[in-house]
Design a protein around this ligand. Structure first.
Ligand code: CP
Length: 300
C-alpha cells in the first residue's frame, strides 16, 4: 500500500493487517505515556476542505502519538480562497516538507487526483460520496472489540445511503470480511443501480423487517448540506418510517459514524444508551489512524 484511497482497493489480508496493527496501537493508547517514536521527524498535513471534528482531530492525535508533527490546513485561511488550485496547493505542501497528505474533499476522486501527483502517501479522510475508508476501518475495529470477530456478523445500515461515503466503504469492505450487510432506506436514498453495484447487499424499505436477526444497526446522518432533504417528502415523514426507535435496538449493538442529527435518524435517548458503541467508534479512530500512518510510513 502506498496510499489509502478506499476499501474498494484493499484485500481482506490488507484490511486484517491494518486492524491487527491497530490492536498494538490501542495498547499504546492505554499507557500513561501514549507516544511511540515510529514517525519521529515526519510531517502529517491534514488537508480538510470540509468540516470535521472526529476525523481531523483523531488524525492529529494519531500523528502526535507516533511522534510526527502535524500541520492543519484550514481552507478558509489558505490561498485556496484566492483561487489556488488543488494541484498547486498539494505541490506547495509537498515542497514545504509534507510526508503524508490526509485529505477530505467534497469532490469524488480528489484523493486519487492528489495521489497521482505527489510522491508522499495520501489518505482519503472522506471524499464526496465515494469512500471514507478510515471510518469503515475504525467501525470494523470497534465491532471486533465488541464481538471478538467480524466473520458471520449481520449489519444493518439505515438512512441516507446515496450521500454516504461511510456506507460505500462498508459495502466494499464488510463483505470481504465475511459480514452480511443489509440496508434500509426510502428508495430515493438509494443510489441508481444499487443492486447491480452491490449485489451482496440486501435491500429493505421497512425497518421493522430489516432489523430481524441482525447483530448491529448502524444509523447514517441525513446530509442536509448535500440537499438530502429534497429526496424525502419531509423530515417528519422520514422520522415516522425510518428513525431507529429504541425497540429496534433493544438487544442489538447501535453504531453511527457521527455527527448525529438527534431526533432525526436516532432518538436522543439511544445515542449513548445501552448497546450504543458510538463513543467506542470515536476512540477506535485514533488507534486505527495510527496503524494506517505507520503502515504507509514505510512507503516513501
Ligand atoms: N465520522 C466523521 O467523519 O465525522 P467528522 O465529520 O466529525 O470527521
Amino acid at each position: 500500500m502506498k496510499n489509502l484511497l478506499g476499501l474498494r482497493f484493499l484485500s481482506k489480508e490488507e484490511i486484517e493487517q491494518i486492524l491487527q496493527t491497530a490492536v498494538s496501537f490501542w495498547e499504546v493508547l492505554q499507557r500513561p505515556i501514549k507516544v511511540v517514536p515510529s514517525l519521529r521527524g515526519k510531517v502529517v498535513v491534514n488537508l480538510f476542505f470540509e468540516p470535521s471534528t472526529r476525523t481531523r482531530i483523531s488524525f492529529e492525535q494519531a500523528a502526535k502519538a507516533l511522534s510526527a508533527s502535524v500541520i492543519n490546513f484550514s481552507v478558509s485561511y489558505s490561498s485556496a480562497v484566492k483561487g489556488e488550485s488543488l494541484y498547486d496547493t498539494v505541490k506547495t505542501l509537498e515542497a514545504l516538507g509534507a510526508d503524508f497528505v490526509v485529505i477530505r474533499h467534497p469532490s469524488p476522486g480528489a484523493s486519487l487526483f492528489v495521489a497521482q501527483r505527489v510522491s508522499v502517501p495520501v489518505i482519503n479522510a472522506g471524499e464526496g460520496a465515494t469512500e471514507h475508508p478510515t471510518q469503515a476501518l475504525l467501525d470494523m475495529f470497534a465491532l471486533k472489540m465488541k464481538f471478538g470477530k467480524l466473520e458471520g456478523l449481520k449489519v444493518l445500515i439505515v438512512g441516507d445511503i446515496v450521500n454516504s461515503r461511510v456506507a460505500r466503504s462498508h459495502f466494499w469492505g464488510l463483505p470481504k470480511m465475511g459480514v452480511k450487510v443489509r440496508v434500509c432506506a426510502p428508495s430515493t436514498f438509494l443510489p441508481l443501480h444499487f443492486e447491480r453495484a452491490f449485489p451482496d447487499v440486501e435491500i429493505f424499505h421497512r425497518i421493522d423487517k430489516a432489523v430481524e436477526d441482525v447483530d448491529v444497526v448502524m444509523g447514517l446522518r441525513i446530509q442536509k448540506e448535500r440537499a438530502s432533504g429534497e429526496l424525502i417528502p419531509s423530515i417528519e415523514e422520514y422520522v415516522n418510517f425510518f428513525q431507529i426507535a429504541p425497540e429496534y435496538v433493544k438487544d442489538k449493538v447501535l453504531m453511527h459514524p457521527g455527527p448525529v442529527n438527534r431526533g432525526v435518524e436516532l432518538p436522543p435517548e439511544i445515542v449513548y444508551g445501552k448497546g450504543s458503541i458510538i463513543l467506542n467508534q470515536v476512540k477506535a479512530g485514533v488507534a486505527v489512524r495510527m496503524a494506517v500512518l505507520y503502515l504507509l510510513g514505510g512507503a516513501k
